[in-house]
Design a protein around this ligand. Structure first.
Ligand code: SME
Length: 151
Protein backbone atom coordinates (compact mmCIF):
# COMPACT_ATOMS: atom_id res chain seq x y z
CA UNK A 1 0.00 0.00 0.00
CA UNK A 2 1.29 3.47 -0.83
CA UNK A 3 -0.27 4.86 2.35
CA UNK A 4 2.95 6.07 4.00
CA UNK A 5 3.95 8.04 0.94
CA UNK A 6 0.46 9.44 0.56
CA UNK A 7 0.30 10.68 4.15
CA UNK A 8 2.92 13.36 3.59
CA UNK A 9 1.15 14.60 0.45
CA UNK A 10 -2.22 14.63 2.18
CA UNK A 11 -0.84 16.47 5.18
CA UNK A 12 0.71 19.09 2.91
CA UNK A 13 -2.51 19.45 0.90
CA UNK A 14 -4.70 19.86 3.97
CA UNK A 15 -2.40 22.45 5.52
CA UNK A 16 -2.18 24.58 2.37
CA UNK A 17 -3.96 27.71 3.56
CA UNK A 18 -3.59 29.30 0.10
CA UNK A 19 -6.58 27.15 -0.93
CA UNK A 20 -10.15 27.14 0.42
CA UNK A 21 -10.95 24.16 2.64
CA UNK A 22 -13.33 22.64 0.06
CA UNK A 23 -10.61 22.84 -2.58
CA UNK A 24 -8.15 21.14 -0.22
CA UNK A 25 -10.66 18.37 0.46
CA UNK A 26 -11.20 17.97 -3.25
CA UNK A 27 -7.46 17.61 -3.82
CA UNK A 28 -7.38 14.89 -1.16
CA UNK A 29 -10.16 13.05 -3.04
CA UNK A 30 -8.14 13.32 -6.26
CA UNK A 31 -4.94 12.08 -4.59
CA UNK A 32 -6.71 9.09 -3.07
CA UNK A 33 -8.52 8.07 -6.23
CA UNK A 34 -5.41 8.47 -8.39
CA UNK A 35 -3.08 6.61 -6.03
CA UNK A 36 -5.12 3.75 -4.60
CA UNK A 37 -6.20 1.48 -7.45
CA UNK A 38 -9.34 0.19 -5.73
CA UNK A 39 -10.63 3.63 -4.62
CA UNK A 40 -13.06 4.41 -7.44
CA UNK A 41 -15.27 7.09 -5.88
CA UNK A 42 -14.06 9.28 -3.03
CA UNK A 43 -16.16 11.97 -1.36
CA UNK A 44 -16.74 13.98 1.79
CA UNK A 45 -20.19 14.42 3.30
CA UNK A 46 -20.87 16.87 6.13
CA UNK A 47 -23.72 16.74 8.61
CA UNK A 48 -26.48 19.26 9.21
CA UNK A 49 -27.60 18.29 12.70
CA UNK A 50 -30.74 20.48 12.58
CA UNK A 51 -32.20 18.83 9.47
CA UNK A 52 -30.51 15.50 10.26
CA UNK A 53 -29.07 15.22 6.77
CA UNK A 54 -25.66 14.67 5.21
CA UNK A 55 -24.53 16.95 2.38
CA UNK A 56 -21.98 16.04 -0.26
CA UNK A 57 -19.26 18.70 -0.17
CA UNK A 58 -16.83 17.41 -2.79
CA UNK A 59 -16.02 14.17 -4.59
CA UNK A 60 -14.25 12.53 -7.48
CA UNK A 61 -15.66 9.64 -9.50
CA UNK A 62 -18.97 9.04 -11.21
CA UNK A 63 -21.60 11.70 -10.75
CA UNK A 64 -24.12 10.86 -8.03
CA UNK A 65 -27.71 11.92 -7.34
CA UNK A 66 -27.16 11.33 -3.65
CA UNK A 67 -25.94 14.75 -2.65
CA UNK A 68 -28.25 14.88 0.40
CA UNK A 69 -28.70 11.77 2.55
CA UNK A 70 -31.00 11.60 5.60
CA UNK A 71 -29.42 10.36 8.84
CA UNK A 72 -30.07 6.62 9.14
CA UNK A 73 -30.39 6.03 5.40
CA UNK A 74 -27.80 3.98 3.49
CA UNK A 75 -24.29 3.24 4.72
CA UNK A 76 -23.49 6.94 5.05
CA UNK A 77 -26.67 7.73 6.96
CA UNK A 78 -26.02 4.85 9.35
CA UNK A 79 -22.52 6.16 10.11
CA UNK A 80 -24.04 9.60 10.83
CA UNK A 81 -25.89 8.00 13.76
CA UNK A 82 -23.52 5.19 14.82
CA UNK A 83 -20.36 7.37 14.90
CA UNK A 84 -18.44 4.23 13.89
CA UNK A 85 -16.56 3.04 10.85
CA UNK A 86 -18.65 0.99 8.41
CA UNK A 87 -16.76 -1.39 6.12
CA UNK A 88 -18.90 -3.12 3.52
CA UNK A 89 -17.08 -5.93 1.68
CA UNK A 90 -20.14 -6.70 -0.47
CA UNK A 91 -22.80 -4.03 -0.98
CA UNK A 92 -25.27 -6.63 -2.26
CA UNK A 93 -25.43 -8.12 1.22
CA UNK A 94 -26.68 -4.83 2.72
CA UNK A 95 -30.40 -4.07 3.13
CA UNK A 96 -29.93 -0.43 4.06
CA UNK A 97 -27.78 0.65 1.14
CA UNK A 98 -28.11 3.46 -1.42
CA UNK A 99 -26.73 2.38 -4.79
CA UNK A 100 -24.89 5.10 -6.70
CA UNK A 101 -23.66 2.92 -9.54
CA UNK A 102 -24.27 -0.71 -10.41
CA UNK A 103 -20.53 -1.27 -10.80
CA UNK A 104 -19.82 -0.58 -7.12
CA UNK A 105 -19.05 -3.72 -5.15
CA UNK A 106 -17.75 -2.46 -1.80
CA UNK A 107 -17.78 0.66 0.33
CA UNK A 108 -16.04 2.13 3.36
CA UNK A 109 -17.27 5.07 5.42
CA UNK A 110 -15.27 6.63 8.26
CA UNK A 111 -16.73 9.38 10.48
CA UNK A 112 -15.04 12.73 11.02
CA UNK A 113 -15.21 13.52 14.73
CA UNK A 114 -14.48 17.03 15.98
CA UNK A 115 -14.70 17.88 19.68
CA UNK A 116 -16.58 14.62 20.25
CA UNK A 117 -19.19 15.40 17.58
CA UNK A 118 -19.73 13.46 14.36
CA UNK A 119 -19.54 16.27 11.81
CA UNK A 120 -19.14 14.32 8.58
CA UNK A 121 -17.43 11.45 6.89
CA UNK A 122 -15.24 10.22 4.11
CA UNK A 123 -17.00 7.78 1.80
CA UNK A 124 -15.16 5.51 -0.65
CA UNK A 125 -16.72 3.15 -3.19
CA UNK A 126 -14.81 0.36 -4.88
CA UNK A 127 -15.48 -1.65 -8.01
CA UNK A 128 -13.29 -4.39 -6.52
CA UNK A 129 -14.95 -6.96 -4.26
CA UNK A 130 -13.88 -6.98 -0.59
CA UNK A 131 -10.84 -4.69 -1.05
CA UNK A 132 -10.66 -2.90 2.32
CA UNK A 133 -8.44 -3.99 5.21
CA UNK A 134 -7.74 -2.58 8.66
CA UNK A 135 -4.87 -0.68 6.99
CA UNK A 136 -7.43 1.28 4.98
CA UNK A 137 -9.39 1.96 8.14
CA UNK A 138 -6.36 3.25 10.08
CA UNK A 139 -5.25 5.35 7.09
CA UNK A 140 -8.69 6.89 6.56
CA UNK A 141 -9.12 7.49 10.31
CA UNK A 142 -5.86 9.41 10.17
CA UNK A 143 -7.17 11.51 7.25
CA UNK A 144 -10.42 12.22 9.11
CA UNK A 145 -8.45 13.42 12.16
CA UNK A 146 -6.40 15.74 9.97
CA UNK A 147 -9.56 17.04 8.26
CA UNK A 148 -11.18 17.68 11.66
CA UNK A 149 -8.11 19.63 12.73
CA UNK A 150 -8.43 22.16 9.86
CA UNK A 151 -12.17 22.77 10.30
N1 SME B 1 -23.70 4.12 -1.05
C1 SME B 1 -23.90 5.19 -0.13
C2 SME B 1 -24.48 6.41 -0.81
C3 SME B 1 -23.48 7.36 -1.28
S1 SME B 1 -22.71 6.87 -2.69
O1 SME B 1 -21.82 5.74 -2.35
C4 SME B 1 -21.84 8.07 -3.37
C5 SME B 1 -24.78 4.75 1.00
O2 SME B 1 -25.35 3.66 0.98
O3 SME B 1 -24.93 5.54 1.95
Amino acid sequence: MPFNKLQAQIQKTLLNTDEEVTQRLHQVCVLLKETVSYYDWVGFYFANHESKTLHLKTYVGEETNHTVIPFGKGICGQVAVSNSNFVVPDVKAQDNYIACSISVKAEIVIPIIKNGKNIGQIDIDSKTADPFSSEDERFLEWICEKVASIL
